[in-house]
Design a protein around this ligand. Sequence first.
Ligand code: AMP
Length: 289
Amino acid sequence: MKPKQNQKPKLETARSVTELRAVVGGWHAQGLRVALVPTMGALHAGHLSLVQKGLELCDRVVVSIFVNPTQFGPNEDFSRYPRQMEADAAQLESTGAHLLFAPGVEEMYPPGFSTSVNVKDLTQSLCGAFRPGHFEGVATVVTKLLLQALPDVAIFGEKDYQQLLVIRRLTRDLDIPVEIIGVPTLREKDGLAMSSRNAYLQPDERQVAGQLNRILFAMAEKLRAAPGDVAAVRQWGLEQIAEAGFDTTDYLEVRDAATLETLENIRTPARILAAVRLGKARLIDNIAV
Ligand code: AMP
């Protein structure tokens, strides 16, 4: 007997909300459960692990690719953000995703668009402090994607930890009927968190970049041994980052894992979060303590 072929579905593409709703509505009418994986494309194995999670949890997986202009600041990398739609579609098809939603900017933000979603809590510090307007752009586009696709489950990476908390909060506050799932960060062999922006790194910078997660892991070890030493461990981490050869540190913080409030000692689950700059790249990473 021939071994059963692991059949992958043919990837469909929707460019408009109408097409997206027709496909997802058809699935829901058949009683199928649907997962949505929002991305900005330039897909790597980290994104594909989110798709895989969707396939485990649901019958159908929709992946959106939209480089969302409203979450980039005026001096940020919107225009040079990597775009590779054909290669992305091929990767999605071989992973087993069912539908690619790839709207244009006019579909998402038609003329006269004037509404935004502002999550007041959770967005003031960390990336919110260094990227004014970023989380409002993220919250607005994710709210739109959730209402456009009406998935049962939506999947996000812990790589963007603050974003994950913001999205959990907005779905709760706005009663959007979706289950939000967080997936652990997928890393390169040296521990660097996979990111579309790693493509900006020159070879010598790439060597330095791998030190960030090592420093965060070492900080977590130190804090497990001495939970009251948050200030000293943070100072040690800042020095390590500077010595490793990063250009600048936007932040290195030890925060409550649920509220992102600052901590003086570790009593509840905590998270170490960092953003550093290296050449043309801004790298973020975080780990649990
Ligand atoms: P992006 O395309 O960068 O907006 O990311 C799309 C989704 O993939 C977000 O939920 C990210 O948190 C997630 N993601 C990005 N990098 C990784 C990674 N290395 N491991 C797991 N998830 C990731």
